[in-house]
Design a binder for this molecule. Structure first.
Ligand code: NAP
Length: 248
């Protein structure tokens, strides 16, 4: 039996990268998975087909995590399809990097809406369901950048630091109802998001990491699996790094 048998999970932004690896891992471990995307319709359909073919239960929804009304509608649709929601992974995220001097107001707003407001949207939308169930695990995707800051990413770092404060507060508010809320802080994970970077810069990053490599989406998925499963039933309010020792 899989570690997530009998559980239903929502993962935002799972058409690519880390979210996709989490979806693959959760389906393999027996969860029913609902995932979202905004633009990658074909990739989403391909993921549904690939993970559904051996009896996996997975359904993609086009839903903008930055939009409150769409988040409310998503929860209703998932409840209709699967009947319960035990795990939410708030993974959707974007970057609009620039030094503050060149950062536009739009660069700031888009990143805060997609990365931070989305976490409020989904947590607020799922709260009632989890309160009724008297159980739930909310996993929010921050970043090492949210812990230590990064030149050229003030908007992104602010959104990721905001997620940490939000998650700790929710852990305090909902702990008495057996709803857990933890933050995952990946370091340098090699995905399309980092594929935009210059190869020389990427090599320098790898050399500076104690484990001497970038992380894989699967490295992050394994931590999410632990936080989603009952193996972590006494863990809440934590920020857990998966970064090859970067923050050490
Ligand atoms: P990615 O490869 O760029 O994938 C981003 C995913 O988010 C895509 O599935 C995308 O959907 C979805 N998405 C973007 N905006 C959305 C929205 N408004 N509503 C719903 N879905 C949306 O990114 P990644 O590298 O896997 O990163 C995933 C998360 O980990 C992000 O929160 C990121 O900040 C965080 N993180 C990444 C790293 C890293 O090194 N890669 C490090 C630390 C933290 P579409 O395909 O439809 O656009």
């Amino acid at each position: 039996m899989g570690q997530l048998s009998g559980k239903t999970a929502i993962i935002t932004g799972a058409s690519r990268g880390i979210g996709k690896a989490i979806a693959e891992c959760f389906v393999k471990e027996g969860a029913k998975v609902a995932f979202t995307y905004v633009s990658s319709e074909e990739k989403a359909k391909a993921l549904e087909a690939e993970l559904g073919k051996d009896g996996g239960v997975i359904k993609g929804f086009k839903s903008d995590a930055a939009d409150y009304e769409q988040s409310l509608a998503l929860i209703d649709q998932v409840l209709e399809a699967f009947g319960s929601i035990d795990v939410v992974v708030n993974n959707a995220g974007i970057t609009r990097d620039n030094l503050l001097m060149r950062m536009s107001e739009n660069d700031w707003d888009e990143v805060i809406m997609t990365n931070l407001k989305s976490v409020f949207n989904m947590t607020k939308a799922v709260q009632r369901t989890m309160l009724k169930q008297r159980s739930g695990s909310i996993i929010n995707m921050s970043s090492v950048v949210g812990v230590k800051g990064n030149a050229g990413q003030a908007n992104y770092a602010a959104s990721k630091a905001g997620i940490i404060g939000f998650s700790k507060s929710i852990a305090l508010e909902l702990g008495s109802r057996n709803i857990r809320c933890n933050t995952v802080a990946p370091g340098f994970i090699e995905t399309e998001m980092t594929g935009k970077l210059d190869e020389k810069v990427v090599q320098e990053w790898r050399n500076s990491i104690p484990l001497k490599r970038g992380g894989t989406p699967e490295d992050v998925a394994q931590l999410c699996l632990f936080l989603a499963s009952d193996n972590s039933s006494y863990i809440t309010g934590q920020v857990i790094s998966v970064d090859g020792g970067m923050l050490t």
